[in-house]
Structure formats: C-alpha cells, structure tokens
Design a protein around this ligand. Structure first.
Ligand SMILES: Cc1cc2nc3c(=O)[nH]c(=O)nc-3n(C[C@H](O)[C@H](O)[C@H](O)COP(=O)(O)OP(=O)(O)OC[C@H]3O[C@@H](n4cnc5c(N)ncnc54)[C@H](O)[C@@H]3O)c2cc1C
Ligand code: SF4
Length: 327
C-alpha cells in the first residue's frame, strides 16, 4: 500500500517543532517512531498535508532520575530503552513488563513511549484498507455515519490498545504537554476522553514531551498480563496491569488498570479499598478479578469475542495479583 503525498518537516529543536505545529497544526501528523502512523497513512486512515518528524529532537529522549521525586522519561525514548532500563526495572517493574510486550523487538526499537501513549484507538471495522472500508460503507470514525459495532448509536467504541498506558495509570503517572504558549502537566488518567474517535485531549498544535513517574509509586511490585493472538507481535485484545505495595505481608496500596477493552485505558475502581490492610489470597484476588471484569466493556471491535476477552480480564487480574504478591 502506498503512502499519500505529504510534505516532510524535520525540526531539530522543540521550539522549531512548535513553530511548525502553529503554522500547519490542523493538517499535520506527528511522526515519532512511525510504527503506527505510517501503517495508518498507508491505509488512508490519515492523510495529512504535512508530517512533522520529531525524531531529531534530542531533548525529548532519555530516562532521568530526579533526586527524591521519581523519574522522568522523554517522549521519544524507545520502548526497547524502557524495557532494558535497569533503573525502571528495579523501581517501576510494571512499566518495563508492559513495554516488553509491545509488538516485536524491531517495532520496539522504533516505537516510542510518547507514541504508545498517543496511539490511535483500534477497531476491526476501521483498521482496514480504503477498499475494505468503502465496501462496508465506512463508519463514524472516518467518512461514514454509522457504527458497525453498535448500530443505531452515535458513539465510536474503538478500543484503546496501547500496552504501557495501563501500567502508567497504575503508577499514577503524569504527562507534560507543550503548546506554542502553554506548558501543561496532566495526570494520565485525565488525558483520555473515553471516545473512540476523539480519544485524547491534545490540541493539533501540541506535543507530548515528557512522562513523569512519581516517587510515591516507586518500588511497587508490578505485573502485566496480555491476551493476543500471536504472542510474538500482536496488539493486546485484553491487557491487565497490576501495581502493589505491601508491608509485613499486608497490602498497603494496590491498583489495577485495563487496556484494549474500552475506548480508553481504565483504572479499576475499588481495588485499594478491597485489598488494603489484608493479606492477598485467592479469594481476594478473585474478588478484584470480578471488579475488573465489570469495568471491562469489550465489544466486537476485534477478532476475539467480547465474552472471551472479558473473561480473560477476570482470569488475568487474579493471576497478576497473585504473581505480584508472590515475587
Ligand atoms: C504489527 C504491529 C504490532 C503492534 N503491536 C503493538 C502492541 O502489541 N502493543 C502496542 O501498544 N502497540 C503496538 N503497535 C503499535 C506501535 O508499534 C506502538 O504503539 C508504538 O509505541 C507507537 O509508537 P511510535 O513512536 O511508533 O508512534 P507513531 O506511529 O510515530 O505515532 C503514533 C501516534 O501518536 C502520535 N504521537 C507520537 N508521538 C507523539 C508526541 N510526542 N506527541 C504527540 N503525539 C504523538 C502520532 O501522531 C500518532 O498519532 C503495533 C504496531 C504494529 C505495526
Ligand atoms: S466502533 Fe464503530 S464507529 Fe468506531 S471504528 Fe468501530 S465501527 Fe467505526
């Protein structure tokens, strides 16, 4: 599949990039690793006039420990760098586990944490060629006015399918967003809208520049479990991240977050209340598994059935919690 015509812009600094965003904002695609943007452009899901290649902006790369206040990760840091970081593996293991499951080694060498957070939502009816989508009469997410997944509705339910955001939600991470005149820092849980077709709160002239992992969630035990068809490469069809802190065998804090089963990565409510002060056992892990299964609202957006995906959320949550409590 060929790429549409576009003008390539290659800034070397953040200021230069913001200048391009201000000038071309609404009709521009941001290219980090390009592992999702380029296939989307080939499928004509996205046909921007300009592509802003931010890969040469050195200040957006790297992992930095901030004395006493957690860790900062540049948006252009690759998933391989995150997966192999000794610092992150020791202090924020749920993130390195999740990063290690994204796609394949080659795609992780290219793909960035910023791109993974900003990843477009996915749907069986949307991530297809132009010919395929045309034959189906298109859909609300692009060029059409009906939803094949929830006919009669007006909402798009495409599923958010990035692996690292649920891990970042468990860690209470924040992201820095930079625009021409404003720098904002938002909690990741406030970055997503819950709408499949307008899934993130990012203006056309803004860039995600950094991710902040707070000191408060450092050293939590962490586990990530993922359901996919081919273990070597595929996107998640259900994913569960767990972060857990214990003292003398008793849980003092716990979080569970899901991916690929809702239009946004989602924290499961009631986990801390259910587990705090208790010694984690099968029964409690199962109770949290039930909470997670209720939070998951999978629809027919992917190759596996919603029922199976919801059930696997229940099973993975239980297993991930027990694994986090045993390591
Ligand atoms: C075969 C295949 C399998 C895959 N499997 C997985 C998987 O298992 N799990 C998974 O999570 N992903 C998967 N992916 C998707 C992708 O490889 C990863 O999500 C990757 O992290 C995307 O990062 P990137 O830097 O390549 O993003 P890009 O493709 O460059 O960008 C992705 C989106 O984010 C925007 N963007 C990127 N950086 C910024 C920024 N700093 N500020 C604002 N917007 C930005 C882009 O404009 C675009 O909309 C897969 C892709 C392929 C092709
Ligand atoms: S959920 Fe509906 S509107 Fe959204 S991409 Fe799928 S078919 Fe299209």
């Amino acid at each position: 599949m060929s790429l549409p015509q576009f003008k390539l812009l290659r800034p070397r600094t953040l200021d230069e990039a913001l200048g391009f965003l201000t000038k071309h904002g609404s009709n521009l695609g941001i290219l980090a690793g390009g592992t999702d943007l380029i296939p989307s452009m080939q499928q004509k899901l996205f046909e921007p006039e300009c592509v802003l290649d931010i890969r040469r902006i050195a200040e957006l790369k790297g992992i930095r420990e901030r004395q006493g206040s957690g860790v900062e990760i540049g948006a252009l840091t690759t998933l391989t760098t995150i997966e192999q970081s000794v610092l992150l593996r020791r202090r924020y293991p749920v993130l390195t586990e999740a990063a290690a499951t994204v796609a394949s080694p080659i795609l992780r060498n290219m793909g960035t944490i910023g791109g993974n957070i900003c990843l477009d939502t996915r749907c069986l009816w949307y991530n297809q060629s132009l010919t395929w989508r045309k034959a189906c009469g298109f859909c609300i997410k692009k060029d059409g006015d009906l939803c094949h997944v929830a006919p009669g509705g007006t909402k798009c339910w495409a599923a958010f399918s990035g692996d690292t955001p649920p891990a970042l939600l468990c860690l209470n991470a924040e992201v820095e967003i930079v625009g021409p005149s404003v720098v904002r820092r938002v909690r990741l849980r406030e970055f997503y809208t819950g709408l499949g077709d307008a899934y993130r709160k990012l203006q056309p002239n803004e860039l995600l520049t950094r991710v902040f992992l707070p000191e408060a969630t450092a050293d939590y035990r962490g586990v990530y479990r993922k359901l996919r068809i081919r273990g070597s490469i595929d996107y998640p069809l259900a994913g569960v991240a767990v972060a857990l802190k214990r003292s003398n065998g008793h849980v003092t804090d716990a979080r569970v977050a899901l991916t690929a089963v809702n239009p946004a990565p989602t924290l499961v409510k009631g986990v801390t209340e259910t587990l705090t002060g208790k010694v984690l056992n099968e029964e409690l892990a199962e109770a949290v598994g039930n909470l997670a299964a209720k939070t998951a609202k999978p629809l027919t957006t992917s190759a596996l059935t919603p029922e199976y995906r919801r059930e696997m959320i229940r099973v993975f949550t239980k297993r991930a919690l027990l694994a986090a409590a045993s390591n």
